[in-house]
Design a protein around this ligand. Structure first.
Ligand SMILES: Cc1cc2nc3c(=O)[nH]c(=O)nc-3n(C[C@H](O)[C@H](O)[C@H](O)COP(=O)(O)OP(=O)(O)OC[C@H]3O[C@@H](n4cnc5c(N)ncnc54)[C@H](O)[C@@H]3O)c2cc1C
Length: 316
């Protein structure tokens, strides 16, 4: 049996940020992560200046490729305009691996499945034991489903379904683009260039507003590919986009029960307008660590619910 004061299930941005903060304050923590990093994660990979601030890192201190995005080419309601912004784009495989390594805590490659509470301790798969447990395993986090599902139910209205693909496209036109509500999509599509000649394309929509139990997303994807073809960046590429789902925020219950906490997508914290999940994941991971260190209550009160305005005015 491996004993630790705090065990964090999931080594994505929420888990890594929680581990990083705990270690900074001298608390013993270990991470259980089912995948070996660097791993692929479906994500457009745009981050705000607030994310870098939370991580205590300047853009120049990030050791991998990061593009500073200053304008977004926005398409909405048949109009097209250039929106001045202050954002950054990163590749998730690099960003997540860097965050987890920077946390500097032991990481066990292990998929947590069975978790039980025995008095004051949590036992995971009869192999790990801890006093505090943090669920940071994303949408399918077992800490959420075992301890929180009943008290913090997820609503179908908050489910976002996505299709996404990232690919190498050296020398492509480097404009970041967003298409809102095109062809009746209840959401938006994106094209986000990354450093090193990569491009991320995808679309995300509210599941309950899509017909055909979400199957309609594929039809939107086909229409989206036509737009990309017109931009002459996809060539004759055969796309096979990955599907992923996550929840935007709706505070329906606690994020802490005894010494169990949930953070990031496990708690369903993405912003309600843009589905920004990285900022809330990182902030909630840090807040969970703070609550463990200080014993203060843990809640989403300090987390942003919206991100549209902070696109343009990062100080907000
Ligand atoms: C297509 C798409 C595009 C997006 N684009 C953006 C964007 O541009 N900007 C933005 O801010 N947000 C974006 N988001 C949202 C963002 O990706 C998530 O909100 C963010 O990844 C949440 O981080 P997390 O650490 O909570 O979860 P995750 O990043 O999902 O990390 C969870 C980790 O837990 C591990 N894990 C899962 N189950 C277990 C288990 N049982 N045992 C051990 N380990 C486990 C997983 O392997 C994973 O590494 C996007 C989401 C999608 C789907």
């Amino acid at each position: 049996m491996i004993n630790a004061d705090v065990i964090i299930v999931g080594g994505g941005p929420a888990g890594a940020s929680c581990a990083w903060m705990l270690r900074r304050y001298g608390r013993e923590a270990v991470v259980l992560e089912k995948d070996t990093f660097p791993r692929t994660k479906p994500c457009a990979g745009w981050i705000t200046p607030a994310v870098l601030k939370s991580l205590d890192v300047g853009p120049g201190a990030y050791p991998f490729g990061m593009i500073a995005v200053r304008h977004i080419d926005v398409h909405a309601f048949g109009k097209r305009f250039s929106l001045p912004v202050r954002q950054y784009s990163i590749r998730r495989s690099e960003f997540d691996a860097w965050l987890l390594e920077r946390a500097g805590v032991p990481v066990f490659t292990h998929r947590a499945r069975r978790i039980r509470q025995e008095g004051q301790v949590y036992v995971i798969d009869d192999r790990f034991r801890c006093r505090f447990i943090v669920g940071a395993g994303g949408t399918a986090c077992p800490v959420y489903s075992i301890f929180f599902r009943k008290q913090r139910p997820r609503s179908r209205e908050c489910l976002i379904v996505t299709l996404e693909e990232e690919f190498a496209c050296p020398g492509a036109d480097a404009a970041t683009r967003l298409w809102f509500f095109e062809d009746g999509l209840p959401g938006y599509a994106w094209l986000v260039p990354k450093e090193g000649g990569y491009i991320n394309v995808g679309l995300g929509a509210k599941y309950h507003r899509l017909g055909g139990r979400g199957g309609e997303l594929r039809e939107h994807w086909s229409k989206f590919l036509k737009k990309l073809e017109n931009l002459s960046i996809t060539g004759d590429r055969e796309f096979s986009p990955r599907r992923h789902a996550y929840f935007i925020r709706r505070d329906t219950g606690p994020m802490q029960l005894g010494n169990a906490y949930i953070a990031g997508d496990a708690a369903g914290l993405a912003t309600v307008d843009m589905g920004e999940g990285l900022g809330p994941a990182i902030r909630s991971g840090i807040l969970a660590a703070d609550a463990i260190i200080t014993g203060k209550p843990y809640s989403p009160a300090g987390l942003r619910r919206f991100s549209l305005w902070s696109f343009i005015f990062p100080g907000l």
